[in-house]
Design a protein around this ligand. Structure first.
Ligand code: ADP
Ligand code: MG
Length: 699
């Protein structure tokens, strides 16, 4: 595509502000803007007028259907298409779309996970338009971003709590800003999610049932070459991948997604795409769309896009970095240090709010990224550990240290800092030594949460982060609003916060063994290694109290989410286990047996021709493979037993513990034997493509 056409196609499939301004009457436009910017109630006649223009616009661009597009707890998006057609008296049809259809939908939602929230007899849920995320056209369908709730108002999706958490943060941040004399319409959080993924040849993909059923390889011996040469990271992008990326960018740009950066990642066949950041709920919708488009465009290029956190053992898995900040509608980034003492004090208070939030709610951040897939990364030597800590960089840490101890900062200015009076010493954005091992790093004017798995919805961690920061801000506002001496109280508040929460600050190597010991034994930080360990903490009293106080969740919703997430963990591993059994019994064992048979035949034939030949290769290989088939058989039987045993538990927590302690270890044992057999068997006798083929097949 010609580069000069980019601005022309950007957002061409989005009913965005430009289109609204051009098509809606001034009155309707103003009213809708008020709803978008200030959460004002939407009048029915306004909805009617918007619906009419939206339909005209969509039909002009080839849309025949509309759908309420939502994000149920399955982790993927859902849509049910309705056409615009409406019979006319003359036997034909006209294209219709009403205000009612725009603002509310009633999908029969009984098959979505609800964690017991909806009995099936009252299975109806409803979807409600989120006007803060623009409608768009995809596959001839007008997609209306919506929230999904039960009839009694409980959230059944990821968007509703996210929007509520943004409101909570908005409320509390505005209280703080008011104390600093700043009145704004709203404070919103922004996110730029960096998305990692793998691209492999689709033909090879289809030959691997483990990839098809589970998204990851459950078997596979290491190829002679992995990522040890670091030659893939930022390497020249292969032509087939380039043409995929070009196509993908175009599709994303049409949808108004600010696709910006693309490069090769560490593992062979691994890549990354990062957009320019946007408001959190929009970024969330866009990230879901990006993942969908990646898979769709890949297929057009004969490729398969793998979004699983750990598609291949032995090389890096895929994550997602959640770059997060808070900003006012007037364009002030609250995590950006300012130039005046006043601005600095405000910055430090918001910084402290985040530090405190991460410390107080480590468990919530950890469990928000917990899935069966991500458990393979966190704590393994490639991703941040399961322990949550905050990296601030040497300089900012030293500044906080000086404030805490009332000692001079060792920088240029040799004065003891009095907040609100002295300027913050200039510190450089830590670009050289950005600690890649930290799960939660301050990178100049934003925090980067790096524990997310590549397939996670970013809604989950952001609702927790927003809520936790809202809680810190609320506590600060409660103290500061009544303070006689604002500056003195503020100073003490910041000092106290640093003292109380410095245990969460860590600039060292997060991958080291020493850190695990120090974090857990000396600092008392939590180390929730698996989903089964992490998820039940959602229902800890302090977490329920905080999340309900800020109206992000009701207690019932929290119970249902905990249940659904653990169910998802158990089901995922259960499918993986059964896939292994299937592959082993139907193909691996017969293949090995076939080869053992041919070795035996060859050896006996050779010896019948010439009795004294040793047939050392044939006999030793045959012996080892025969031992391995016995081991494989025994391990697969044990795995089958463990899987069958899963339904004997009466709570999902117990089932998830059995998955962790019984099923997963047995899967590991089975894999080890099969992978060894792979190394002893000729490629032409092996039933599935090797790691080498999967990882190095795209040029
Ligand atoms: P890198 O981490 O590769 O150096 P950047 O720091 O430039 O890249 O940005 C990574 C991501 O962070 C991008 O998606 C970018 O848009 C986003 N980002 C940059 N500034 C902010 C901000 N203030 N708030 C949220 N996200 C941001
Ligand atoms: Mg990054």
């Amino acid at each position: 595509m010609e580069s000069k056409r980019v601005p022309e196609i950007f957002g061409s499939m989005v009913f965005d502000d430009r289109v609204m301004r051009a098509t809606l009457s001034a009155e309707v436009y103003q009213s809708l803007r008020k709803t978008i910017d200030e959460n004002a109630e939407l009048e029915e006649d306004i909805a009617e007028a918007v619906a009419t223009e939206m339909r005209n616009w969509a039909v002009e661009r080839g849309a025949t259907h509309f759908t309420h597009w939502f994000q149920p707890l399955t982790g993927v998006t859902a849509e049910k298409h309705d056409s615009f057609i409406c019979p006319s008296p003359d036997g034909g049809v006209i294209m219709e779309f009403s205000g009612k259809e725009l603002i509310k939908g009633e999908p029969d939602a009984s098959s979505f996970p609800s964690g017991g929230l909806r009995a099936t007899f009252e299975a109806r849920g409803y979807t409600a338009w989120d006007p803060t995320s623009y409608a768009f056209i995809k596959d001839h369908t007008l997609c209306i971003p919506t929230a999904f709730c039960s009839y009694s108002g409980e959230a059944l999706d990821k968007k509703t709590p996210l929007l509520r958490s943004m409101q909570a943060l908005n409320r509390q941040a505005k209280r703080i800003l008011k104390l600093f004399g700043t009145e704004v319409k709203n404070v919103r959080t922004s996110v730029g999610p960096e998305q990692e993924y793998f691209l492999i040849d689709e033909e090879e993909f289809k030959k691997r049932p483990d990839l098809v059923y589970t998204g990851r390889t459950l078997f596979g011996a290491m190829p002679p070459k992995g990522q040890e040469l670091d030659d893939h990271y930022f390497g020249v992008i292969k032509p087939r991948v380039t043409s995929f990326m070009e196509d993908l960018n175009q599709e994303l740009w049409k949808l108004g997604i600010l696709a910006k950066t693309e490069h090769n990642e560490v593992a062979p066949a691994q890549h990354e795409l990062a957009p320019i950041y946007s408001t959190t709920n929009v970024a969330t919708d866009h990230n879901q769309l990006t993942m969908e488009m990646m898979q769709k465009v890949a297929r057009k290029h004969g490729l398969a896009c793998l979004l699983h956190e750990k598609p291949f053992a032995g090389v890096n898995g895929s994550g997602k970095h959640n770059n997060w900040s808070m900003a006012t509608d007037t364009g002030i980034n609250l995590l950006s240090p300012g130039d005046t003492p006043h601005e600095n004090a405000q910055f430090l208070l918001f910084l402290c709010a985040v530090i405190q939030a991460v410390d107080d709610y480590q468990d919530l951040l950890r469990l928000a990224v917990a899935t069966a897939g991500n458990d393979h990364r966190l704590g393994a030597n490639e991703a941040p550990p399961a322990i949550i800590s905050v990296f601030l960089g040497e300089e900012l840490t030293a500044i906080l240290e000086a404030i805490k101890n009332d000692t001079p900062y060792h920088g240029k200015e040799k004065v003891i800092m009095k907040l609100g009076v002295h300027s913050l010493p200039k510190f450089s954005r830590d670009t050289t030594d950005r600690n890649r091992t930290s799960p939660f790093a301050f990178t100049g004017n934003k925090f980067e949460f790096r524990s997310l798995g590549s397939s996670n919805s970013i809604a989950c961690c952001n609702m927790m982060l927003n809520a936790a920061v809202a809680e810190s801000l609320k506590q600060y506002a409660d103290v500061l609003e009544g303070a006689a001496d604002f500056e003195g109280t503020l100073h003490d508040l910041i000092k106290d916060t640093i003292k109380k929460h410095e245990r969460i600050l860590f600039n060292g190597n997060g991958y080291g063994e020493d850190w695990v010991k120090e974090a857990t034994e000396v600092r008392g930080l939590s180390n929730l290694k698996t989903t089964a360990d992490a998820m039940p903490h959602l229902l800890d009293k302090k977490n329920v109290d905080m999340l309900t106080a800020h109206k992000v969740f009701t207690e019932i919703e929290l119970h249902s989410r905990c249940e659904i997430m653990l169910e998802n963990y158990c089901k995922t591993v259960n499918i993986e286990g059964h896939t292994m059994v299937d592959m082993v019994r139907k193909n691996y064992l017969p293949a090995i047996e076939g080869y053992v048979g041919s070795l035996a035949k060859t050896a006996s034939l050779m010896q019948s021709v010439r009795g004294k030949v040793k047939c050392h290769y044939e006999v030793s290989t045959m012996e080892r493979l025969s031992e391995l088939t016995d081991e494989i058989l025994e391990s697969v039987e044990k795995l089958e037993e463990a899987l069958a045993g899963l339904n004997r538990y009466d709570t999902i927590i117990k089932t998830s513990e059995a998955v962790r302690d019984d099923v997963l270890p047995k899967m590991d044992v089975l894999r080890k034997f099969v992978d060894e057999a792979e190394m002893l068997t000729p490629e032409k006798c092996w039933p599935y493509p090797s790691y080498g083929k999967l990882l190095f097949s795209v040029y």
